[in-house]
Design a protein around this ligand. Sequence first.
Ligand code: SF4
Length: 426
Amino acid sequence: MNEHDTEKMEHLLLKDGFERTQDVSVADVVIVNTCCVREKAEQKFYSFMGRLRSMKNRRGTILGVTGCIAQMEKEHIKERLPFIDFSIGPSSIHRIKEAIEEGAKNKLFLDFSDNGCNPYLFIKPGIMNKKAKTYVTIMKGCNNFCSYCIVPYVRGREVSRESEDIIKEIEDLAMQGVKEVTLLGQNVNSYNKGRDDIAFPELLKRINEIHGIERIRFVTSHPRDLSFELIDCFGTLEKLCEHIHLPFQSGSDKVLKLMNRGYGIKEYVEKIMMLRNRCEDISITADCIVGFPGEEEEDFNKTMELIRHVRFDGIFSFVYSPRKYTFASTLSDEVPKALALERLVYLQGVQKSITLDKNRGMEGKEVDVLVEDVSKNSKEDFAGRTRTNKIVNFRGNQDMAGRFVRVGIIKGYANSLKGELISKEA
Ligand code: SF4
């Protein structure tokens, strides 16, 4: 979500004649787009701002803060970061140019308004850097109020975008050469809930019809809102990729209740089984929080049981960190940090071996890869993704970027696959 907000701001500024540099030391303007979902990111942000302050003193750089931390700290940002020139929340990024211009006149520019139908939803960055894949925002905000999560407080309540507007944007993207779209929202499964417009499965069907689009993905899903109609789309809509990110957060019903997640593990596992029945090779990834207040050994064991039972393709796992405004931050039954960390390390070790095992199971298979760019591992290799969202590195060339190729998997690692080009046409 944040990455896409950055793309939107970049799009707006490039259109207005700004140029992007990756080197902050030569920039005239530095925009720090922030995330406050986890405490660690917030700590890193403040230390980074300290470094930028010295640079501003030396070079007079215009400094701005955008994103969730800006929104969360809206009442204190002036005191906490007195040297910045502007700060705007996620719903105001359409005002980025104005913010910079005002900041340049030494007028502190602040905007943290949250107007549900603001133009933020309608910024269409199009294709950045000739990429064949892009994100499309279909909704913003969240109504769920999971007890640990700050998102509803900083990104506001759920607002869905008109389906016709989304379809039009994707048709335009397809005309420009985009082949893969990822539909973005905090909880895409509840798209248009309570509104007189098509629901999410129908939206997928409409996108599946768009000529030129060859892959559709979406993120993020809430297990409670994963409907049978949506499950049925897998294996039926040929462009819908065989991957779902379905955060479970904990394997214990007691902890899920404390988290206010609105489902139990039985329901979660049943939905996983339905997904696998529809689509045998679907790749399933998830998020998990370890050390939530009140998590006992028995609860953690249930999480491990779930992980071993489902055999996820990957898990983003974190130690719980209390967030401002949230109900969970008022809970007293804290798990000692060292114990939570110990549990996390154990969980990650088990998951790593499951992922490795699954990736090794790919050896000898052939897959279609949408080639992205030069690999992070080696300048001679190119990287792309399978339909199941696994990264494949293989010997290729620049002509292949943005195209589909056929690759044979020769080695599975914990985080990626190594492949060999079979055909330049997939
Ligand atoms: S559904 Fe996701 S974004 Fe919404 S409150 Fe829960 S964790 Fe946060």
